[in-house]
Ligand binder design. Structure first.
Ligand SMILES: *Cc1c(COP(=O)(O)O)cnc(C)c1O
Length: 404
């Protein structure tokens, strides 16, 4: 059944081929085993699945629409373009799919509290939202530099009842928040679950987050078959840690005719130091509990990364993507800030959809690929989130200022 996927199928130690695993201190091993067991039982339990499915529908607003982008298709003059509208979910992105799944699992495990890391604040807001919904206490770790840049999301999380804990170590950004959240988790394992925000970290997080996000491709596969009577030729998604991408790819992995393309945040260029294009410019290493590709400096240390998009600004990538990359089953391309900003404006005026700056990286690559394809071909692009949060930053990028 796994045919083309043998290289990326997960083994019992949590490896996708050469990537993944559980590189954590002994103090965390028991918690990871407890989580593995609890998740293993939950995912096969019809009650858990029904509860999650009801929340995804009634609360998050699923299924998300698969929208035929007529004007974009006509303008590009190649394949038909469909947009998978994760931006329409409650809280404005795909992150709620995972946050709902993990918070529901935390409750089932008898935990009374969740913690999370956040970069731009999107995963923090999604987790704080689900914690409020399910009556869990919530603490979010966030780099102080990010708190400054994303003050509105800090206020949102507090409004939702969460405590936001500023992280001053390192560069005061996402990778430091992840390290701090793992360290904090080790001291409160009994009553607390750590809701990791992407398909990264030690096993079972990459697999579990993938499963919760796989609802994206479960839906889009069914939607495109209904609408077009056949599978797409390509699926395109942006990649930070890789959760919206693996969710968008998952149910197409065994369909060898479907090309899978991940778009990395290249910042000022994948060949400059100001980049977050991990699979393009990085190399394998062990960090944050997993073996995978990381952006590294000359000494082999984890490099500070940069992208205009805070959601893509992570030095690593999920281990399943590393395996799909090495196996040649998925292709990963760098997209620069400039290209993403152009695409942000392009989708806004062409379809009346303001995409997240993260998602704009996928739109940007679609603008390159689609014109090279035939008119009878089909492409699905995931719009992972909405762009309201980015409007001020884009204005600044264009040298304008918005007064509030
Ligand atoms: C967080 C975020 C991303 C990047 O995270 P992945 O785990 O790679 O999906 C992409 N798009 C949006 C809108 C986000 O909020």
């Amino acid at each position: 059944m796994m045919g083309a996927m043998t290289n990326a199928a997960i083994d019992e130690r949590g490896f996708f081929g050469a990537y993944g695993g559980q590189y954590v201190p002994e103090t965390l091993m028991d918690a990871l085993r407890e989580l593995e067991e609890a998740y293993g039982r939950a995912k096969n339990d019809p009650t858990f699945r029904a509860e999650l499915s009801a929340l995804l529908d009634e609360y998050a607003g699923r299924p998300s629409r698969l929208f035929y982008a007529r004007r974009m298709t006509e303008d590009l003059g190649g394949a038909k373009v469909y947009l998978k509208r994760e931006d329409l979910n409650h809280t404005g992105a795909h992150k709620i799919n995972n946050a709902l799944g993990q918070c529901l699992l935390a409750k089932r495990m008898g935990k009374t509290r969740v913690i999370a890391e956040t970069g731009a604040g999107q995963h923090g807001v999604a987790t704080a939202t689900c914690a409020a919904l399910l009556g869990l206490a919530c603490t979010v770790y966030m780099g102080v530099k990010d708190m400054d840049r994303q003050a509105l999301n800090v206020y949102r999380m507090r409004l939702l009842g969460a405590e936001v804990c500023g992280v001053t170590s390192g560069t005061g950004t996402l990778q430091d928040a992840v390290s701090e959240a793992f360290a904090a988790w080790a001291s409160c394992l009994d009553d607390t679950h750590y809701v990791v925000g992407s398909c990264v970290g030690p096993h079972p997080f990459p697999e579990m987050v993938r499963d919760f996000q796989a609802v994206i491709s479960a839906e889009s596969r069914e939607q495109i078959l209904l609408r077009e009577g056949r599978l797409p030729d390509a699926v395109i998604a942006c990649i930070g840690g890789g959760s919206n991408a693996i969710g968008s790819f998952y149910h197409f992995i065994e369909d060898e005719g479907v090309e899978l393309i991940g778009c990395e945040g290249a910042g000022h260029g994948a060949d400059t130091p100001d980049t977050a294009a991990t699979l393009t410019a990085g190399a394998p290493a062990v960090y944050h509990g997993m073996r995978t590709y990381f952006c590294q400096d000359d000494q082999g240390g984890i490099a500070p990364v940069y992208s205009i998009s805070a959601g893509l600004d992570y030095p690593g990538v999920g281990p399943e993507h590393a395996a799909l990359h090495d196996a040649g089953r998925a292709r990963y391309v760098p997209v620069t800030d400039d290209e993403a900003v152009d695409a942000f404006e392009y989708l806004s005026r062409t379809e009346g959809i303001i995409p997240a700056i993260e998602s704009s990286h996928a739109i940007a690559y679609a603008r390159t690929l689609v014109p090279t394809m035939r008119k009878d071909q089909i492409v699905i692009v995931t719009v992972s989130g909405r762009g309201d949060k980015d409007v001020a930053a884009i204005a600044r990028y264009r040298g304008e200022r918005i007064h509030d």
